[in-house]
Design a protein around this ligand. Sequence first.
Ligand code: FAD
Length: 511
Amino acid sequence: MKDRGDRAIREIVIVGGGTAGWMTAAALSHRLGNSGPDIRLIESAEIGTVGVGEATLPQIRDFNRMLGIDEAELMARTSATIKLGIEFCDWGREGDSYIHPFGVHGEPIGPVDFHHYWVRQKGEGKAEEFGRYSLAIEAARLHNFSLPPDVPASLFEAYSYAFQFDASLYAAFLAEYSAARGTERIEGKVVAVGRDGETGFIRSVTLASGEQIAGDLFVDCSGFRGLLIEQELATGFADWSAYLPCNRAFAVPCEIGDPVGPFTRSTARSAGWQWRIPLQHRLGNGHVYCDRYISDQDALDDLMENLEGEPIAEPKQLFFKTGKREKLWNRNCVAIGLSGGFLEPLESTSIDLIQSGILNLIALFPEKQCAASDVEEYNRVMDLEYDRVRDFLMLHYVLNQRDEPFWRDMREMVWPDSLSEKVEAFKRRGLVPQYDHGLFQPASWLSVFIGQNLLPETCDPRVDSMAAGDRASELERIRTAIDASAGRMGKHLAFIETYRARFSGSRSDAR
Ligand code: FAD
């Protein structure tokens, strides 16, 4: 054990070796360094992991960069493809489709945001579909991709990207990374938890083998069961199923056929939605649904009938309840991953919430007694993140114009005030929310508002200070420049091949 004084955390115990556990181990072993606490991770092959979670958000690149991970290696080792956004099919009306891109639409003209000009021109029938003004969307539609320039030639050329990958390979990759930085992996099943009688802090966990593992700080990455945070500490769960009622899913991979576009697809179904996530060697598919509106058998049949290729594994059923722990940090236990909460996979937010949990833990890394102010601050910030993700996910549901009972009920449900205010501000004047703690920024909200046919009643009056002809030529200038830039990019699959070759090249050099 390393000597860091009496008050310092000397031993961290992570319970769980899914994506959450290994991301936590990798980041803590990297950031806390050699002189930091001992880190032990307990996982149980007998219990296994949830085994889904393939689509990510661009922020994962910051996480990997922080760890010094080479992207070419990561892509090669996790069978990753590029993701420029999510295509939503049939979410507004049946037959509609729009992409929520990892990038902007247009650029401000003078002091006024682009979408006000677009709304004005659209009202006069003089604008093309909103997505035509987004470089990330045009590239995705052409199945093109190139790395974004460090400094884009114009604001409308700014975009980012994420990965679609095999999350279990990502966890295995991070396990190797963490082991190389001193994390000790312990195979075993936790069967008992020891607490301090006075403070209620967790002092140790006991494995089925009888081995007892002591710690100062415990990170609960045990998945939905919340072994420490709930089963032991009874922290409480804020149940959000009134807001996000989908509670089951079937997942099944299938053979991949057509050229692989750099995007995830979500198609609305009668009582939920289906995902399609292309990896290098297979398509990930799943049907997320609410069991009050469709039977398991019908949900499974819908999924299997809509596969694009032959299934390559048995379908797996998953059960969940949307919501989060009342406190993500309770006493000396921090819940990261599914043990902390789950808001359904519509916008691929879970891995990102894991990342936020880890980064906030590093920023507020405690001493042994876990000062109440640090714990409160952590919970405040994480609550905001969860609330804002919840509102953004709900937005997709409440703005639908479909006719099935599930979708009618989604429109009529009670909204949290925080969501009503955002929708109202956009509807009245085209205003979009912007905040510090929260994943989805204005470009994302705009994509869904407009993609699902909500247009503002009035736009910024300053757009009228520009002559109608000038407005039209500005929009046309942006659209043609975007078309040209998207067309110049290479094919997505060619990009993956180049990256793969770069990685095998660097491996043989190393040898
Ligand atoms: P798990 O993977 O469940 O890992 C739990 C770990 O705890 C395991 O190692 C297990 O062995 C261990 N454990 C449990 N109990 C014990 C015990 N008693 N003793 C010892 N070890 C124990 N996220 C995304 O970001 N993108 C997506 O596209 C996405 N799609 C999803 C689709 C569905 C249908 C679902 C349900 C989730 C999806 N997610 C997605 C979420 C994502 O799967 C999880 O956030 C991610 O896998 C992290 O899971 P975890 O590590 O918290 O839990």
